[in-house]
Design a protein around this ligand. Sequence first.
Ligand code: SF4
Length: 212
Amino acid sequence: MVTSREISKVFSLLEPSHQPTMLEQLKEYTHFQLLVATLLSARTKDTTIIPIVKRLFQKYPQPHDLAKADIKALEQELFKSGFYRAKARHVKALSTIVHEQYHDQIPQDFTQLIALPGVGRKTANCILNYAFHQSAIAVDIHVHRISNRLGWVKTKTPEGTEEALQKIVPRELWNKVNMLLVDHGQRICLPRKPQCGSCAVRGYCKYGKKNV
Ligand code: SF4
């Protein structure tokens, strides 16, 4: 089983070349806007979603602006992102709840976050992590894939990975998991062709040691 020391070493090797993830790039945005941006980023590349998010919040900066937005106009704004119809519906419904029930402030609580339309475990954990700086491990496809390739976990689903990582990653490092592994997964540890030959953590990776 991987040790805390090895996990810490992998993070220290990834940190020097780290490039900001979408939520780091949007860190000046409000908590509500970060929540909407995370929801919209599902199954869409950061380079596609960032300009969409910036345009959206220029037109609709506050929860009540999105709550009263025309659904067809919202769909048009989100057209280039995947599943734009469902995302438009979720954003409108979520904004209405945040405006009416939470007085424009999104909740800081995991259970309340995942009760919002379109918000799953990954999105809720991202918001606790990036917006509220609480300890949380947000597991998306990159975190799930890389944790398995590294040999840290042996899991079939992101939910299983989240649970397994919580047991092995020291709590003070939880907030680095998403930040470092998402970036690594977007640039080096690619889904189909991982660039193991130029990977800083190959010496600590089960897949890299076996396949290169
Ligand atoms: S060695 Fe290869 S599989 Fe392992 S983390 Fe690096 S790129 Fe991914």
